[in-house]
Design a protein around this ligand. Structure first.
Ligand SMILES: *[C@@H]1O[C@H](CO)[C@@H](O)[C@H](O)[C@H]1NC(C)=O
Length: 168
């Protein structure tokens, strides 16, 4: 292959651009929700200068925050509605789901990522989205549309996290 000066300039520009520019935009372009991806990563001070793996780690940590938030919300509903046995029962399902996400799926995703096993990290992410649908199958979502919204948002966000993991 012959490198003409034009090709060299292009190549150098490409390498310079690729290694020095903020990766966030490139990564987020490959996800289902560019704006939410950028918004999430830009609020984290560590995102500029992070590699793709670092960006994926930040996304997983934000997912953990959201899962903890939902866990606390479910707990609050449990305390506020001690009399309704149906609600109580399904809230327990949701509580267990988010508990499993926070204590198992998210730590597994972070561990896989640190072991350079992004495929396994993506699987853990998808499992955590799937686990939420378990909560949504119960009557809880009829009894609390807020909880339903929070579950949908969590599941959607997790899909976005998995998109970022797949760029690693
Ligand atoms: C993961 O990959 C990075 C960069 O290629 C390497 O430095 C690190 O040692 C790897 N970690 C493991 C646990 O294989």
């Amino acid at each position: 292959m012959c490198y003409t000066p034009q090709k060299m300039i292009f190549l150098m520009f490409f390498l310079f651009h690729y290694t020095s520019a903020d990766l966030t935009y490139d990564v987020c372009k490959q996800t289902r929700d560019y704006n939410l991806c950028i918004e999430t990563l830009k609020t984290d001070v560590y995102s500029s200068g992070a590699d793709a793996k670092g960006l994926a780690r930040i996304m997983i940590q934000v997912a953990r925050k959201k899962a903890v938030h939902n866990l606390v919300y479910v707990r609050k509903l449990m305390i506020q509605n001690p009399q309704n046995p149906d609600f109580k029962q399904c809230l327990q399902v949701c509580y267990d789901d988010y508990h499993l996400i926070v204590t198992a799926f998210i730590p597994n995703a972070l561990k896989s990522l640190s072991l350079n096993s992004s495929f396994d990290a993506a699987i853990s992410g998808l499992q955590s989205a799937d686990q939420v649908s378990n909560c949504q199958e119960t009557n809880c979502v009829k009894l609390s549309s807020n909880l339903n919204d929070k579950c949908n948002k969590y599941a959607d966000f997790t899909q976005l996290v998995v998109d970022v993991i797949r760029t690693v």
